[in-house]
Design a protein around this ligand. Structure first.
Ligand SMILES: NC(=O)c1ccc[n+]([C@@H]2O[C@H](COP(=O)([O-])OP(=O)(O)OC[C@H]3O[C@@H](n4cnc5c(N)ncnc54)[C@H](OP(=O)(O)O)[C@@H]3O)[C@@H](O)[C@H]2O)c1
Length: 333
């Protein structure tokens, strides 16, 4: 497995990480046995970075990660568990906002450590900036947990350049987790250069635009009401038609390269810099195998230019979140 380092102060990790969210939430039903088998297959393939959130299925995802690690003896020592916290949920699945107060940080972490069955989290980050709490206070509280040995590295999620600077002035930041793909290139003008200037790595999520850019999506695919994609502007109506036509343009390039669309999309993110680690949201072993195949795809200058022509940087139709969720993105302000 190829490796990369998260920023100048972060850990060495597999070049691709496994995002576990879809195993518990947001993408419809997932098969628990297959989810755990997928984590095991990832570990066996050399993936060391597992990304979760305490609010993914309200603890369900952390318990799943715990079970997967516990049933592969010795795997915890090699794995990096990246945990997001701060999102407030209600039992019906609703979202109630974010809490980045220092006392909330310490509280969330205490529960995560119990659920994960571990004495430390490798990277800990608030999922969204809490607009009521200065980032210095949230990061300061995580830094206290680093001091106490319960957190190894501090990350950030979906914040903009100014917040990155403020956070980095308080404590070393390993990585910014943020959406980045052929369809979501918003970090390129300011956020990515700022992260690079500050020595902060990128863990890129949504590299397949939540399946839209995988080559497996179709307008006929049914989407359950609770599925994120039922409310995503990119998956609806004319936007979907337009976006799927971009995927077909990419498929021509993929076919020429003897690769799949998903592999080209992941390889493109890998090619954007050694400081970027894509998180793939595979929740089945066949999807994982496909995603890992991206590591074998080499894109030369000609390939990159052809990809850029097929999917120009501003070609996607629709914002990456619905309007109410865009409001929570410091990175979009
Ligand atoms: N910081 C944040 O705000 C934030 C937000 C969202 C996600 N994340 C993290 O990032 C991780 C990845 O994000 P994501 O799930 O949205 O990303 P993604 O990889 O763009 O999309 C995952 C979806 O793509 C589909 N897919 C099709 N072919 C695939 C393949 N070969 N490999 C993987 N997936 C394939 C899967 O659908 P099927 O299984 O239905 O085929 C899956 O539901 C999440 O698990 C989570 O840990 C972070």
């Amino acid at each position: 497995m190829r490796t990369r380092t998260l920023g100048t102060t972060g850990p060495r990790t597999s070049a691709i990480g496994l995002g576990c969210m879809g195993m518990s939430a947001l993408y419809g039903e997932a098969d628990r046995g297959e989810s755990i088998a997928t984590v095991h297959a990832a570990l066996d393939a050399g993936i060391t970075l597992l990304d979760t959130g305490d609010f993914y299925g309200m603890g369900h995802n952390e318990l799943l990660v715990r079970e997967a690690l516990a049933t592969r003896p010795g795997s915890r020592e090699n794995a990096l568990i990246s945990v997001k916290f701060g999102a407030l949920r209600e039992a019906g699945g609703g979202w109630l906002g974010y809490d980045g107060r220092p006392e909330a940080v310490h509280n969330f972490l205490a529960y995560s450590l119990q659920r994960l069955g571990t004495d430390h989290v490798d990277v800990y980050r608030i999922a969204r900036l809490d607009p009521a709490v200065p980032i210095e206070e949230t990061v300061g509280a995580i830094a206290e947990e680093v001091e106490a040995g319960r957190v190894r590295h501090i990350g950030l999620s979906e914040v903009g350049a100014q917040t990155l600077r403020r956070a980095a002035a308080v404590a070393p930041i390993s990585d910014l987790q943020i959406e980045y793909s052929l369809f979501s290139r918003g970090i390129e003008p300011e956020i990515l250069p700022t992260a690079r200037e500050l020595g902060i790595g990128i863990t890129a999520y949504g590299v397949l635009s939540r399946g839209l850019l995988s080559g497996h999506w179709s307008a006929q695919r049914p989407v359950a009401a609770g599925d994120f994609r039922a409310h995503s502007p990119r998956f609806s109506g004319e936007n979907l038609q337009r976006n799927l036509s971009l995927v077909e343009a990419l498929r021509t390039i993929a076919d020429d390269k003897g690769a799949t669309v998903a592999q080209i999309a992941i390889a493109w993110v890998l090619a954007r810099g050694e400081d970027i680690v894509p998180l793939v949201g595979a929740r089945r072993r066949d999807r994982l195998t496909e995603a890992l195949g991206a590591l074998e795809v080499t894109l030369d200058e000609g390939d990159l230019a052809a990809i850029e022509r097929a999917v120009p940087h501003d070609a996607v139709a629709g914002t990456r979140y619905a309007a109410d969720q865009m409001e929570h993105l410091d990175s979009e302000k």
